[in-house]
Design a protein around this ligand. Structure first.
Ligand SMILES: [Zn+2]
Ligand SMILES: [Zn+2]
Length: 343
């Protein structure tokens, strides 16, 4: 099938990628119509790998934050039919391993994840998925908004994992797509103060427009958070994938509180101030991707979290992906989430 794919490192072109088999029982074919550009996609484009996940063969279609239209369904599929507009969860778990049996499909070691080598991604004519991974969206919801359900799911999962409760003060390091998604997920759980620490002024402004408090990181953000929250946050989230931010995240909660690491640092090993962590009996959660958050994400983005779509003001047709990727890589023009729209 046709794809606007990577044909070499750093190079996009129209190309042919392998066809999918017809949908089997419980399977669904979706024609993608929107796909968000994720930092991980930018990595694959620039470097051809993330750690040991390597593009070993071109052409390779990237993209996992997608929405589209159901094209075909297999036997036994009852919740969607051809023509339905849907949001898509990108990970297909094995269903057999211990994490899968325990309801933690997001850490399934055998997950087949859209746009993670060598599973072809969403920037092609159609994708084959399972019924559980598609969620119908309301008529008034745009495909771009539906594609935001994937990063929002990461925030919903992290807020759930760290068990953010009513009235709790939250600090978030990073006001990019994941930081803002985490912020709206915490607000949906009736958190108290929600403070985002972020160096980029445009991102702080966006967070403020969405009703959150912000901090520049030029001054000591840990001190500032302690001052604002009476001794420290109840929960701190790291949503930047940055070594310094990880340090701040574990130092800004109050004694006996929680931290949650969501970001993906490029370093394999990072230092943690272990005595401060120990003295505080800090609980550190680590969140990976999202776990069965799609229905909640659709509901949130169609309601209380609608302003999350304000982060995707940069929209491109599919064959302008190179411009979208350049913009995302350079973080130019205040871009937060570049969105590719296919028709
Ligand atoms: Zn992503
Ligand atoms: Zn599994």
């Amino acid at each position: 099938m046709k794809a606007f794919a990577l044909v070499a490192r750093g190079e996009f072109a129209w190309a042919n990628v392998p066809d999918e088999p017809p949908p089997g029982p419980g399977q669904v074919v979706v024609r993608p119509t929107a796909c968000g550009v994720c930092a991980s996609d930018v990595h694959y484009w620039r470097r051809g790998n993330i750690g040991n996940q390597v593009i070993t063969e071109y052409p390779y279609a990237v993209g996992h934050e997608c929405a589209g239209v159901v094209a075909e369904v297999g036997d036994g599929v009852s919740s969607v039919s051809p023509g339905d507009r849907v949001a898509v969860e990108p990970g297909i778990p094995c269903g057999e391993c211990r994490p899968c049996r325990e309801g933690r499909q997001n850490i399934c070691p055998d997950v087949v994840f859209l746009g993670t080598p060598m599973v072809q991604g969403a920037m092609r004519e159609s994708i084959l998925t399972i019924e559980e991974n598609v969620e119908p969206i309301p008529d008034e919801m745009s495909f771009a908004a539906a594609a935001m359900c994937e990063p929002l799911g990461v925030g919903i999962h992290a807020a759930r994992l760290a068990d953010v409760r009513r009235g709790e003060n939250v600090a978030i390091f990073g006001a990019g797509p994941i930081g803002l998604s985490t912020a709206v997920a915490c607000r949906a759980r009736d958190a108290g103060r929600i403070i985002l620490a972020e160096p980029v002024p445009e991102r702080r402004r966006l967070a403020e427009e969405m009703g959150f408090e912000t901090l520049d990181i030029a001054l000591d953000p840990v001190e500032a958070i302690r001052d604002l929250t009476d001794g420290g946050a109840d929960v701190a989230f790291e949503a930047a994938g940055d070594v310094r931010a990880i340090d701040w995240t574990v130092r800004s909660p109050r004694l006996g509180a929680r931290a949650c690491i969501i970001g993906i640092p490029s370093e394999e090993t990072v230092p943690v101030p272990i005595n401060a962590v120990r003295r505080a009996e800090l609980t550190i959660y680590n969140a990976r991707r999202a776990n069965r958050t799609l229905a909640d994400a659709v509901r949130l983005i169609n309601g209380p979290a609608r302003d999350l779509t304000r982060m995707c003001i940069h929209s491109f047709p599919l064959d302008e992906a190179p411009a979208a990727f350049e913009l995302s890589a350079a973080r130019a023009d205040g871009v937060v989430k570049a969105m590719l729209e296919f028709d």
